[in-house]
Design a protein around this ligand. Sequence first.
Ligand SMILES: Cc1cc2nc3c(=O)[nH]c(=O)nc-3n(C[C@H](O)[C@H](O)[C@H](O)COP(=O)(O)OP(=O)(O)OC[C@H]3O[C@@H](n4cnc5c(N)ncnc54)[C@H](O)[C@@H]3O)c2cc1C
Ligand code: FES
Length: 240
Amino acid sequence: MKVVISQIMENKSVSDGIFKLTAEFSGGMKPGQFFMLKTLDNSFLLPRPISVNDVGVKEVTFLYRAEGKGTSKLSSMKEGEELQLFGPLGNGFDMQELKGKIAVVGGGIGIAPLLYLTKQLSRNAHVYLGFKNCVYTVDEFEKYAGQVLIVTEDGSIGEKGFVTDYVDFSKYDAVVTCGPEIMMKKIITGCKEAGVKCYASLERRMACGMGVCLGCTVVTKNGNKRACKDGPVFMSEELI
Ligand SMILES: Cc1cc2nc3c(=O)[nH]c(=O)nc-3n(C[C@H](O)[C@H](O)[C@H](O)COP(=O)(O)OP(=O)(O)OC[C@H]3O[C@@H](n4cnc5c(N)ncnc54)[C@H](O)[C@@H]3O)c2cc1C
Ligand code: FES
């Protein structure tokens, strides 16, 4: 991990309130890892944790929802401006464990860390993406995955309902999920019933991002863990 001042190469809106920011960064990283992003004008005190969405030779891309003060400020930044990147952080997905056919299930902005994972799993990934009504960056998954299913709550695009209703867990060697907690709970239950391994990427409020402040505690069957350092990816069996 390192702290760098990085120049923004692109920062554009891809859907209502959803932005994609590409910034200069050289160095390796794993799918599921994240960076702490901070502007240089100190307009917000704590950096914001944002997942690696995609990686290029000399750049990293983030997909984020402009929601509160920090992410709204990020969304206003322009090409050529600088921001601070601290990372890559967290454990990321263990690619050795993800062999065979893998279901990749994302909900809303929770799809962000799943693109780089899908790229690495390639045709072994069957991707299920759930949205309320607006869909975004689906075409990027279609380039790499063996199959992609889109589900919207109102049925305006793709299938209608909840993405969790469309996954046959028993077909897979493992399932990976990131999204709203209620969605991940349903996925974890479905995997348990089908006897399939499941990995969930959790979201917690984070201040330091490197295991020091203990602000991101996750209570597990093996004691308290830090989402930023021991996670954000956890085996579902470990979670309470
Ligand atoms: C490991 C990890 C990866 C993430 N990846 C993405 C991503 O790829 N795209 C994306 O859109 N969002 C992602 N998030 C969520 C994102 O970090 C929060 O939405 C963001 O921090 C909220 O900041 P804000 O400025 O919009 O809100 P504000 O309300 O201004 O934030 C206020 C304070 O609360 C903290 N905070 C508020 N909500 C959260 C939250 N859900 N998680 C952590 N801290 C929070 C902020 O750090 C800040 O200190 C991720 C979170 C984690 C933990
Ligand atoms: S954010 Fe400080 S310990 Fe995880």
